[in-house]
Design a protein around this ligand. Sequence first.
Ligand code: TA6
Length: 289
Amino acid sequence: MLELPSTVTRSSDTLESLTICNRHARARIFLQGAHVLSFRPVGEGEVLWSSVRSQFSPGKPIRGGIPICFPWFGAGSSPAHPAHGFARTTSFECVRAEDSADGATHLRFRLVDSEATRALWPHPFAASVDITVGATLVIAFTIANTGDAPFSFEEALHTYFDVADARRVSVAGLEDAPFLDKVAGGATPTSAPGPIRFEAETDRVYNATTASTRIDDPDLVRSIVIEKEASNSTVVWNPWVAKAARMPDFGDDEWPGMVCVESANAGADRLTLQPGESHKLVLRVGVRR
Ligand code: TA6
């Protein structure tokens, strides 16, 4: 059993989680999916949204926080292939938990292929999730090809951000960038001037973009800054009324409280690793006033 620093406490509810409380922030991370559910810098409100209807049962996706999508994004190729891949519903092992001199807490979670994963996706791999809990939340998601054949995959840090009212926020950074509008079928790229605003169900996949984004929230008088490395896709999503009502783990009236801005490599940006190669996607989330 890994020895934990005093800033990290383990809770064994139905799903095991770690709560981190240091001088910079408080966070909660579930071992299933190495799933960050909550991140709250000292002096700030909660940054991540989660549904009061979320399930916390083994093998079921948690609705909110930062689900890790791997090795595919979106619907699986069959009912046996869960949406957004198997990583978010598979238990990771925590192999590192320590504080650094600057007061931040660093954790590492690992997942390697198993009979269960190979039944869904026939490739040997090693996944590691390095999480730094400080005034900024940093997540590095590394995939290594440990087999003797190349494989292709998609990935996403499917982050749900907490906002006062999605109808009043804007997302800056993707102005005029081409995107696939999945609500309209997502066949051909389109674009839109100005910051993104939410006036209906919104489900946009921006490919070939490394841009940082920023959620400006006038009611909370804050901006959430989202920076990424080695991610060429950004997905922006709000289910709005009808889709929220169709999701059993999403309260009918919860959709105004969240906006997803997801740092990914999906669709045309899927990645291929040769044997022995690895790839690291990095996400940094901070609050600015
Ligand atoms: O990232 C947006 C999206 O692909 C939406 O189409 C919606 O399906 C959302 O992910 C949530 O997916 P989930 O499988 O978590 O319900």
